[in-house]
Design a protein around this ligand. Sequence first.
Ligand SMILES: Cc1ncc(C[n+]2csc(CCOP(=O)(O)OP(=O)(O)O)c2C)c(N)n1
Length: 338
Amino acid sequence: MAPKIANTVLTGESSKSALDKEKLAKFYESMLRIRRFEEKAIDVFSAGKIPGFIHSYIGEEAIAAGVCGALEPGDQITGTHRGHGHCLAKGMNMDRMMAELFGKATGYNKGKGGSMHIADFSKGVLGCNGIVAGGLGLATGAAWGNQIKHNNHVVACFFGDGASNRGPFHEAVNFASIWSLPIVYVLEANGWGISFPTKESIHLTDLSERAKSYGIPGVNLDGYDVMAVYEAAQVAIDRARSGQGPSLLVCNAPRMRGHEEGDPQPYRSKEDIEKAKRNDPLLRYKKFLLSNGILSEEEIKAYDERVEAEVNAAVQFANDSPFPTPEQALEDIFVEEV
Ligand SMILES: Cc1ncc(C[n+]2csc(CCOP(=O)(O)OP(=O)(O)O)c2C)c(N)n1
């Protein structure tokens, strides 16, 4: 029999002072790594070095940093087409990620996945996905596997507000609820599905109400606030790990850039874009750390320099790496062992 669930388990309110310096600094580093990686990827994409698309995660860093900051190393995630941040926050290396973006043989997917399909099972990253809502079934299946194996691992499944209108969301969440699977659904509400505003595709002002249909807890969060995301994620993850089933975290983070790089956003008002940029979660968090004496200017500078060096080394690595050979296109097609 399914456990009785209150829809108020998750408050979405941060008790900022309860977190120690190491944890708070880790969030900054995690968000900074995502931001600088993305900025560099955009630069090299504009210079013609990266084939395909770049869907920037700039502005949504606090979501991946907060959720992955609450996961254990053996836990798993699925990402989206906007997935660089998910991978970095789960501990993947910049060099092999950048090489994957460049289509090089040293990339995580040997250059055959590209920006939207990065995976690293050793880090629990079960894959990003170019198919909108494509991760929902995979994540839910992985959580079912964890339950059957009694391995105590939890899955965090990231997806967009647009994806929550697709069938896989509803099937997956219902299934996970019925079986009390160890999974947390993380809805990244950036307000848009390409050029279509979410408020016109979903007639709810609070998207967490979707959780009610499936009898699971849902919470509406400020997705620009890494501490609020972390604390809600921690509650949801503990709940999942202790066998009480899934939760839905709706992380509101208005999109700071276009749907993809090169999108001039003619469908969106300049004020809306400027408003999102004014609330920049990374700057906001940096200000919080400095004004509360958690990190000093020198410490912030040291993080900045370290991450800058990591990004530059990643581009160098990607540049210097070879492309896969034509023969390698025929490798890695079938799974040999299950
Ligand atoms: C099944 C499917 N339908 C349509 C698309 C084209 N598409 C790519 S991104 C996107 C919008 C997705 O919106 P959302 O889930 O909110 O994610 P966001 O891009 O806002 O992060 C669409 C429709 C796709 N990739 N897959």
